[in-house]
Design a protein. Structure first.
Length: 367
């Protein structure tokens, strides 16, 4: 969707961007990272020709942007900036509809689109459409800035540190809402950030710049697991293994086809099953397979009765779609080394252990 070929930018005698080759596939979120002055923002602004390249070619959807009228190009690419840039004399509705109005959309269509987008970022159209920017909080203004860039349904979106000025709590909320939007809309996005954690959370690809050059371009997991040099390693941080926990799902680390028991089985059966598998505990499931509790080997040995008479609550469960960061946090919270894994309906799918997580992470480094 977006391709840069040997793109450079020289200001006077200073080379801000030096022969950058970069490909962003359709539907990808590519975050440009690097220290201040490394060329990441200049690179992004050359895509919609807010800055004219000194050399090389930029293609959007197969078309050389140098051959497209600047105004036409910019109206076809959504743009979000850190300062938001809402027009103070326009309502939220009219701010969102700026580009659709310029493109000549019917008024009913553009206003309907504004209401639809506000709902997607959890702002009630009945409350917010007729408000002015000064009547919104910073986080609300930022959401309006994002949906304004999406109003004309552009295939490409450029974002210049869009969440940098928001407090940490609101930033997390807006990031989550944006990711839900992206999952539904599947735009091709180039996103400038200075925050490695934000990039790891939101990107499908990360491009790290240094002194105008593209140093490494890869998936977040590969960059964290295999930084190309000491600069990238230092930039992503000494805790890069912990950052990887956010990228890996529970289902990738869990043990499947785990033994289980039901309430009506004799306690001796639970003990035999635990010994057979070398476990010190076992999950009890309900009639349809939902996780209901657990039996401990040291509590069950030598005792009589049914499993349901001796079951105790699970210390915690984790969904198979959750990330390993949430998993490790829950383990530490409950002081345990394993958790039962369930699907969205609570059905028992297996278990995950600290050891299985360690082995999974270690396998990448060995590879």
């Amino acid at each position: 969707m977006i391709r840069l070929e040997r793109v450079s930018k020289v200001f006077g005698g200073f080379t801000a961007v030096d022969a950058v080759d970069l490909h962003v596939p359709a539907g990808a979120v590519c975050v440009l990272l690097g220290p201040s002055g490394c060329g990441k923002t200049t690179t992004m602004k050359m895509i919609n020709r807010l800055i004219q390249p000194s050399g090389g070619h930029i293609f959007v959807n197969g078309q050389d942007t140098a051959e497209v009228d600047e105004v036409t190009l910019r109206r076809s690419i959504g743009y979000v900036i850190q300062q938001i840039g809402l027009f103070p004399n326009k309502t939220v509705e009219d701010n969102i509809c700026v580009v659709p109005d310029l493109l000549g959309w019917p008024r009913a269509k553009s206003r309907s689109r504004a209401a639809e987008l506000l709902e997607m970022v959890n702002l009630d159209p009945g409350i917010f459409l007729k408000r002015y920017p000064k009547e919104l909080s910073g986080g609300q203004q930022q959401r309006v800035g994002v949906v304004r860039a999406l109003a004309a349904d552009p295939p490409v979106l450029l974002m210049d540190e869009p969440f940098g000025a928001i407090d940490p709590i609101n930033r997390e909320v807006i990031q989550d809402e944006f990711m839900k939007l992206q999952a539904a809309l599947k735009k091709t996005i180039v996103f400038v950030s200075h925050d490695i954690d934000e990039a790891v959370k939101m990107a499908t690809h990360i491009a790290i710049f240094r002194d105008g050059r593209l140093v490494q371009h890869d998936t977040p997991d590969n960059i964290l697991a295999h930084p190309v040099d000491a600069f990238v390693s230092d930039f992503v941080g000494s805790d890069r293994t912990l950052k990887r926990l956010r990228l890996i799902r529970v289902e990738d680390a869990m043990m499947r086809d785990a033994p289980r028991v039901i309430a009506e089985e004799p306690l001796e059966t639970a003990v035999a099953r635990m010994r057979e598998h070398g476990h010190i505990s076992i999950v009890m499931v309900g009639p349809r397979g939902r996780a209901r509790g657990m039996i401990r080997l040291d509590e069950a040995e030598g005792r009589k009765g049914l499993v349901g008479e001796h079951v105790e609550p699970l210390p915690g469960v984790i969904k198979v779609t959750d990330d390993l960061r949430s998993t490790v946090s829950l383990m530490f919270t409950h002081g345990v080394t394993w958790l039962a894994c369930v699907d969205d309906d609570g059905f028992y799918k297996g278990y995950v252990t600290q050891r299985s997580i360690t082995q999974l992470l270690g396998a990448t480094y060995r590879d």
